[in-house]
Design a protein around this ligand. Structure first.
Ligand code: NAP
Length: 257
């Protein structure tokens, strides 16, 4: 397997890999071998399915449970991660886990707001901090954002704020970690149909409405996003850092004529 610095058998940690986009990222990163640490919060059977998908794709995998957004979350996660790595360095960190939008201004409680920031912002920030001593020079940090940061969707204000925070985190850390050859980027999916959220898009007319706003004229799938993450994780993307890569098929670019 081509590593970020040409080494064989990369190691990767993907948070929130028990379903959806995280599951696809884990399987995609394993396509050429290596080991993927499959983090999950509660969905043990989903994580087991991801481990199987990684193995089918040609890689090795182990699942690590840790609830994010609570005291001790990062310590719990990295106790498992260090056990999986057994002294090997980490090549790729993908911060994918996130809590879903909590509603518009007026419908989000303080507790929901705090939880959203604890899971979507505080956890990835301290995961990066804790991962740095394990991360190989020339490694990769990729955080999943959302097109919500560039679209004014009032139903998702607090969620969009969390994603704007991790985009800023990626840009500033790119400068800090550049001397180690570590690239730090964000990937912003648009409307992405997964097995878990499929019902949302079954609301009559919604899929058609979103498709009509998308330049490439369809909804996204987890593999559309996973391929972009895999590219950023590859040696071919060594000169890209501090960027937000839109992976939405051109959602809401402007009027389509
Ligand atoms: P999803 O189906 O909701 O899956 C979320 C994953 O994160 C699950 O593996 C879940 O683990 C984990 N997770 C969530 N909260 C957690 C917590 N507190 N502690 C530990 N794990 C937690 O998500 P998705 O739709 O695949 O989205 C993946 C990423 O893409 C997210 O960052 C999301 O914001 C972003 N995104 C998605 C879309 C979309 O349309 N799907 C659009 C834009 C951006 P357990 O279930 O095991 O607890």
């Amino acid at each position: 397997m081509d590593g970020v610095s040409g080494q064989v058998g990369r190691t990767a940690l993907v948070t929130g890999a028990s379903r959806g986009i995280g599951q696809a990222i884990a399987a995609r990163l394993a396509a050429e071998g290596g080991m993927v640490i499959v983090h999950f919060g509660t969905d043990e059977s989903g994580a087991a399915a991801t481990v199987e998908a990684v193995e089918r794709a040609g890689g090795a995998a182990r699942a690590v449970r840790a609830e994010l957004g609570v005291d001790g979350d990062v310590e719990t996660l990295f106790a498992g991660v260090e056990d999986c790595l057994s002294g090997r360095p980490l090549d790729i960190l993908v911060n994918n886990a996130a809590a879903a939008p909590a509603g518009p201004l007026g419908a989000t409680t303080r507790a929901e707001f705090d939880r959203l920031f604890a899971v979507n912002v505080r956890a990835p920030y301290f995961i990066v901090e804790r991962a740095l001593p394990l991360l190989r020079d020339g490694g990769r940090i990729i955080t999943i954002s959302s097109v919500a940061t560039r679209m004014a969707n009032s139903a998702q204000t607090s969620f969009a704020m969390t994603k704007a925070a991790v985009e800023t985190m990626s840009r500033t850390l790119a400068n800090q970690l550049g001397p180690r050859g570590i690239t730090v980027n964000a990937v912003a999916p648009g409307a992405t149909r997964t097995a878990a959220n499929g019902a949302v898009f079954d609301v009559p007319g919604l899929a058609e409405q979103i498709t009509a706003l998308t330049a490439l004229d369809r909804l996204g799938g987890p593999d559309d996003v996973a391929d972009v993450v895999a590219f950023l994780a590859s040696d071919a993307a060594r000169w890209i850092t501090g960027q937000v890569i839109d992976a939405s098929g051109g959602l809401f670019l402007g009027p389509r004529v």
